[in-house]
Design a protein around this ligand. Structure first.
Ligand code: GDP
Length: 295
């Protein structure tokens, strides 16, 4: 994961680690390399620039040049700043409400249906919950079937209504069904489109308003880089969602979305998807991710 970025940052710190006597020129060169590594990883220019400015100020504040191991101290400063940039502490998921209602949003192909299954499986096996999955994609019968297949794999019931063209009604009926049958989490999978469009946004905004979810999660494909960040912004402007799910982190992503999404929408990444299997879900810990990136 993020091998390219890790390699580049490692090279950047090489400048400091190898030298007996460190000068402010070495530090400036290192920061320039760090900035370049971030830009190459598809981090937006302003965020990368602000990042290195903060690192430089901290390095000056902590007198990096006079310490015994300036290289190590610089790595630590960068790691701390990277952790902050990605959200600081792990965010957790709000499981209040009887039942807890979780609304999934995102573009088609982002991994919404797969993640709905993963989350249901996680809540069932790790949190001892009884989840219900709800198919609210009224346009694609294949999407409804896919959710039924996923539900079958993990032993979780799937609620769908054949022929009903009203996602608000389906979601409301599903919640009634959950209450009547002892389900304590309802995960509503919605229809996505290939790009942000008004109709999709209106539809999900209507569902959101009608069911008042405890958690509205926005699912996005990490491989889409800066597009992921722009899509997040569009959904957040409309839904004011609670958290981000970054999928396909197992792929060849450069890492820009993971690093910048929090600072653009000011919402935490809550989980990441790391594969197609139902078990390929991880809680997102910013510090662990920073550790992974910096090695
Ligand atoms: P949806 O249209 O948003 O519901 O997206 P899907 O859940 O159907 O996912 C689209 C494709 O991405 C499917 O082929 C999934 O198997 C795949 N996918 C989903 N999550 C991940 C992930 O974390 N890693 C990888 N490698 N593939 C994933």
């Amino acid at each position: 994961m993020f091998d390219n970025l890790s390699d580049k940052l490692d090279k950047a710190f090489h400048i400091l680690k190898g030298h007996g006597k460190i000068t402010d020129v070495n530090v400036a060169d290192t920061l320039k390399e760090v900035r370049r590594a971030l830009l190459d990883a598809d981090v937006n220019f302003k965020i990368a620039k602000d990042f290195t400015t903060r690192v430089r100020d901290k390095a000056i504040g902590e007198n990096v040049l006079t310490t015994l191991q300036p290289g190590q101290l610089m790595v630590k400063i960068v790691k701390d700043e990277l952790t902050e940039l990605m959200g600081g502490d792990a965010a957790g998921i709000n499981l209040s409400g009887t039942p807890t209602v979780i609304l999934m949003s995102g573009l088609q192909g982002s991994g919404k249906t797969t993640f709905s299954g993963k989350l249901a499986n996680y809540l069932k096996t790790k949190k001892n919950k009884k989840p219900l999955l709800v198919a609210c994609d009224i346009y694609r019968p294949a999407a409804i079937n896919q959710l039924h297949v996923v539900g079958g794999q993990i032993g979780v019931e799937v609620y769908s209504e054949e022929g009903n063209r009203n996602p608000v009604e389906i979601a409301q009926n599903a919640i009634k069904h959950a209450k009547a049958n002892g389900f304590n989490v309802v995960i509503v999978d919605t229809a996505g489109r290939l790009a942000v469009d008004e109709e999709m946004m209106n539809e999900i905004a209507n569902v959101h308003k009608a069911i008042e979810p405890q958690e509205t999660l926005f699912v996005v494909d990490a491989m889409t880089g800066q597009d992921a960040v722009n899509t997040a912004k569009a959904f957040n402007d409309r839904l004011d969602f609670d958290g981000v799910i970054l999928t396909k982190l197992d792929g060849d992503t450069r890492g820009g979305a993971a690093i910048t999404i929090k600072s653009v929408v000011n919402k935490p990444i809550k989980f990441v998807g790391t594969g197609e299997k139902m078990e390929a879900i991880d809680v997102f810990y910013p510090a662990r991710m920073a550790e992974r990136i910096l090695g």
